[in-house]
Write a protein that binds this ligand. Structure first.
Ligand code: AMP
Length: 298
């Protein structure tokens, strides 16, 4: 039996190299699953499905031992962990991918043990859509599916991604992804088209301007927490997704899920890699959520 608010997370578990402000940071534990687990794991039980290599560092194992509850579908394989390199432009809003090395993700096919086939909430964090489909195919009940993706998959594996989106309950995309997926730059009209593709709700993340939630009936807009200095934006989207699905799994209204996602993303960007998410206190999260209450326009 799994808890009613259990969240299964599929995504990347990575070793990141980041170039920010002419400084290079290598061997950072990252990946969409890692950020999402750090963000959601304080609030709900997390089950992880993914793969790491035998080079995955102790600091990474500690994150999953601390913030996740079930690692039975986390495979450890001889070989290199997935690795990704990114260089940020000076405005911090844009970045270039320097390299993507699949490592043990090459030929990986996620397998769910019995209890993970029945989880009520699933976060398909950013990863190859075929892997997201493989997990969807193994779920035996109507779980709430929250899906995230990136430009790369829209450009290279659109058909598989569209099949994932069709089975998604809540789709998370940023502005450029919404445009790429629909060919429409106007956000409201792009959201309408995305809703026609299958999801019950679409959330468009607008970077440092906040996020907008759309369903057939309503639209909710949330601003951002005014972070004094963005140190490293990596993982902001994954942290938003983790906080968001954790709140949904705990029965929160959409408004409060948007607040939780936004608060966790604001904490993520205040340090290099996962540092701030690992150390933050409950008081800090709650203070940010209180601030954000006034930043929601229902
Ligand atoms: P975000 O800044 O929210 O887009 O997330 C950044 C994280 O995504 C980094 O820690 C990377 O390891 C991971 N990442 C980058 N490219 C990919 C990819 N093609 N597939 C899966 N994860 C990726």
């Amino acid at each position: 039996m799994t808890d009613d608010n259990t969240v299964l997370i599929l995504g990347s578990i990575a070793l990141d190299t980041l170039e920010i402000d002419n400084r290079r940071y290598s061997g950072l534990v990252g990946g969409s699953t890692t950020y999402a687990t750090l963000s959601a794991g304080r609030f709900v039980p997390i089950h992880v499905v993914g793969i790491i290599g035998d080079d995955f560092p102790e600091s990474g194992h500690r994150i999953f031992d601390t913030f996740a509850n079930d690692l039975s579908d986390l495979e450890v394989k001889v070989g290199p962990t997935f690795s990704w390199g990114g260089r940020y432009h000076s405005d911090m809003n844009n970045r270039d991918t320097l390299f993507t090395e699949l490592g043990v993700f090459d030929n990986y096919s996620p397998k769910l043990t019995g209890q993970n086939r029945n989880v009520p909430y699933v976060f398909l964090a950013n990863i190859h859509p075929e892997l997201q489909l493989t997990v969807l195919d193994q779920l035996s009940k109507n779980s709430v599916i929250v899906t995230d993706t990136m430009n790369l998959w829209i450009n290279t594996t659109r058909a598989a991604l569209l099949r994932v989106i069709r089975q998604t309950t809540i789709l998370l995309v940023n502005e450029s992804e919404a445009d790429l997926l629909t060919g429409i730059s106007d956000l409201n009209r792009a959201a309408e088209k995305l809703l026609e593709m299958g999801p019950e709700q679409v959330i468009i993340k607008c970077g440092n301007r906040g996020a907008i939630q759309y369903s057939d009936e309503v639209k909710t807009v949330i601003g951002t927490y005014p972070v004094k200095k963005v140190i490293d934006p990596t993982g902001a989207g994954d942290s938003f997704g983790g906080g968001f699905i954790a709140a949904i799994a705990n029965g929160a209204e959409i408004k409060d899920a948007l607040i939780r996602g936004t608060a966790m993303a604001s904490i993520c960007v205040e340090g290099i890699g996962t540092a701030m998410l690992e150390q933050t206190s409950e008081e800090k999260i709650l203070a940010r959520e209180r601030y954000l209450l006034d930043k929601v326009i229902p």
